[in-house]
Design a protein around this ligand. Structure first.
Ligand code: AP5
Ligand code: MG
Length: 205
């Protein structure tokens, strides 16, 4: 199965991806994680990506599409993959359609009012990319894998509101794009993590 996870910043894409990978075993390809790993290693792509991510803007399509094209050509993607955060523009969706057939696009729906709290309270693992929320950490700031959790630089109130605007203007049109192509599965993201996951699994059939 080739699957795309669509949804606003903080909708729960990364959280659901971890569950889906465990159940179906396909590789999880998050363009955000790829950029953050490049930023950490101070690569040329990382330096470029940081200048956009810190402002809540999208990294230019040509850079992002090339990264995904190379990643999807790797052996582990031959029997299916899970894309998280890509495509994010119609232009990216068109580029993707030339290199892969997509089976399902899972759109995690969530009222924007929920996003600020989720993102400003999010803590992530710099080692395995797991997502947590301070509401459930009970003051414990360590990942299951043992690494110290961090607060993402783009999870400030100011940058989150910019990211939501970018999502509305550039990414939301993909909902209709994939609906028209008969690929869209919508799930209610405003319920517990386990309930969202159960809805996805039921709808994937
Ligand atoms: P990216 O890393 O993809 O960020 P995003 O899309 O803004 O999404 P997030 O990772 O913030 O949210 P999520 O949906 O994964 O939520 P999560 O599961 O963590 O991209 C970052 C940046 O990179 C972009 O702004 C852009 O600059 C660049 N970029 C990336 N891809 C690009 C592309 N294709 N083109 C151009 N630029 C690109 O959950 C959030 C929080 O909520 C957590 O604390 C979690 O514990 C909690 N939570 C999750 N589910 C629930 C639930 N059901 N109930 C309660 N809490 C929940
Ligand atoms: Mg994410």
């Amino acid at each position: 199965m080739n699957i795309i996870l669509l949804g606003a910043p903080g909708a729960g894409k990364g959280t659901q991806a971890a569950y889906l990978v465990q159940k179906y075993g396909f590789p999880h390809i998050s363009t955000g994680d790829i950029f953050r790993s490049n930023i950490k290693q101070r690569t040329e792509i990382g330096v470029l990506a940081k200048s956009f991510i810190d402002k809540g803007q999208l990294v230019p399509d040509e850079v992002t599409c090339k990264i995904v094209e190379l990643r999807l050509a790797e052996d582990d993607c031959k029997n299916g993959f899970l894309l998280d955060g890509f495509p994010r523009t119609v232009n990216q969706a068109e580029a993707l359609s030339k290199i892969a057939d997509i089976d399902y696009v899972i759109d995690i729906e969530i009222p924007f009012a929920r996003l600020l709290h989720r993102l400003t309270g999010r803590r992530v693992c710099p080692k395995c990319n797991a997502s947590y929320h301070v509401d459930f950490l009970n003051g414990n700031n360590v990942c299951e894998c043992g690494a110290e959790l961090i607060h993402r630089d783009d999870d400030t109130e100011e940058t989150v509101s910019k990211r939501i605007n970018v999502y509305t203007n550039q990414t939301q049109p993909l909902i209709d794009y994939y609906k028209q192509r008969g690929k869209l599965i919508s799930v209610n993201g405003d319920q517990s993590v386990e309930e969202v996951f159960a809805e996805i699994v039921a709808k994937l059939g």
